[in-house]
Design a protein around this ligand. Structure first.
Ligand SMILES: *Cc1c(COP(=O)(O)O)cnc(C)c1O
Length: 428
């Protein structure tokens, strides 16, 4: 960062401090990851200078010869990798991508059925203060009290009663697999569109560690910066041709889903695409097509299971008793800590997690009863099961003896040795 160092020492210093924080800590927020340097080079390129409202071959600005090729390459890679007929790679991030799907399929006031925020869903799945709950009528499904898992018969009953026009499946804090086939059959039964928002698990879908929604959903959205390990951004994938939809919904006029999605992004919601982001997404899709990406996906799940085991052995309670994917939720009920206190405590020694509601949480969202932990970022650093067991023991000791300075000192030592054994961005 030669120029930046000369021109803006303040920002340079803060970026350096953030790099050190990332290097010296254990990043365990399940929605975070470390991109490759190649992804960051594409992000930091001259592509940020260019305006290109529209789509390849149909722009409102001149000079897009190379931008067109970049976006086309990115779209082609996405279509091939996910096995879908259409991909829109322009959404600025995950929330705008979902907004575009609502805009494409619904009229204001139409009904949406999504997973409740307090039970693992996302803000954009119908939360009352979000656009999705303000411009649309939203109803929600959640997990069952006895096993903290989705019960598809219950979801079906809610759908039959409420008759939503769109059903959203996918989650931000659900440690178990999602049965997209079951959601498809529910959507068919009530004549609803099915949106699968796989933001959190895209990397696992690509590695074969989670069922793919592509055969089942009408539209798939995903962020690109979580398990996919690309830059911040999102994609909207349209699996199937308009004809199949035409049959399914008995539409009198044929709805071209791909066209509706593209029109929802621009002119519906966005102006110029972020071309540097598009190129970086393209780079991450190329990385995700390499065989080593599947190993990374398998390792994420193995690491999460090893972490779950060590936390459970140490006496902590996990929501649903464990995990099938990249994340787990600790129910702090049998410690003396709230989620907020636990987050701060772990932060003190360099373990970054986030406080999180647990299902049927008696506490408030800003200070809930749980924390959420994930393994994608540590897996990218090269952590394996043995490391995760050490991490699990360390976290458990911290949570169980929050006032013990010797436990904190020991935790700091452990974290130093783990992070030194798995250096982050050694080239920088
Ligand atoms: C992260 C996430 C989003 C939103 O992504 P942003 O890029 O933060 O807007 C949407 N849906 C789900 C399920 C997510 O996990």
């Amino acid at each position: 960062m030669q120029q930046l160092t000369i021109q803006d020492p303040d920002i340079t210093k803060l970026i350096g401090a953030e790099l050190n924080r990332q290097r010296q800590g254990l990043e365990m927020i399940p929605s975070e990851n470390f991109t490759s340097l190649a992804v960051m080079e594409a992000l930091g390129s001259v592509l940020t200078n260019k305006y290109s409202e529209g789509y390849p071959g149909k722009r409102y600005y001149g000079g897009n010869e190379f931008i067109d090729q970049i976006e086309e390459l990115c779209r082609t890679r996405a279509k091939k990798l996910f096995g879908v007929e259409h991909a829109n790679v322009q959404p600025y991030s995950g929330s705008p991508a979902n907004q575009a799907v609502y805009f494409a399929l619904l009229e204001p006031g139409d009904m949406v059925l999504g997973m409740a925020l307090a039970q693992g869903g996302h803000l954009t799945h119908g939360y009352k203060l979000n656009f999705s709950g303000r411009f649309y009528r939203s109803v929600s499904y959640g997990v069952e009290k006895e096993n903290e898992r989705l019960d598809y018969d219950v979801v079906r009953e809610i759908a039959k009663k409420e008759k939503p026009k769109l059903i959203v499946c996918g989650a931000t804090a659900y440690p178990r697999v999602i049965d997209f086939a079951a959601f498809r059959s529910i959507a068919d039964e009530v004549g609803a569109y099915l949106l699968a928002d796989i933001s959190h698990i895209t990397g696992l879908v690509l590695s074969g560690d989670h069922q793919s929604p592509v055969p089942y959903a009408d539209i798939v959205t995903t962020t690109t910066h979580k398990t996919l390990r690309g830059p911040r951004g999102a994609m909207i994938l349209v699996p199937h041709s308009a004809d199949r939809l035409h049959d399914r919904y008995h539409q009198s006029t044929k709805r071209d889903l791909a066209g509706l999605v593209d029109a929802a992004i621009i002119p519906g919601l966005q102006g110029g695409p972020h071309n540097h982001q598009t190129a970086a997404i393209g780079v991450s899709l190329k990385e995700a097509a390499e065989p080593s990406f599947a190993d990374y996906g398998h390792q994420i799940v193995k690491n999460a299971k090893a972490l779950a085991e060590s936390l459970t052995e140490a006496g902590l309670t996990l929501v649903t008793g464990g995990t099938d994917n990249h994340l787990l939720l600790v129910n702090l009920g049998n410690t003396k800590l709230s989620g907020k206190v636990a987050e701060t405590l772990l932060d003190e020694v360099g373990i970054t997690v986030n406080k999180n509601m647990i299902p049927f949480d008696p506490r408030k969202p800003m200070d809930p009863s749980g924390i959420r932990l994930g393994t994608p970022a540590l897996t990218t650093r090269g952590f394996t099961e043995d490391d995760m067991r050490i991490v699990g023991k360390t976290i458990a000791a911290m949570l169980q003896c929050p006032d013990d300075e010797s436990v904190k000192a020991e935790a700091r030592k452990t974290i130093r040795s783990l992070t030194e054994a798995h250096p982050l961005y050694p080239e920088l």
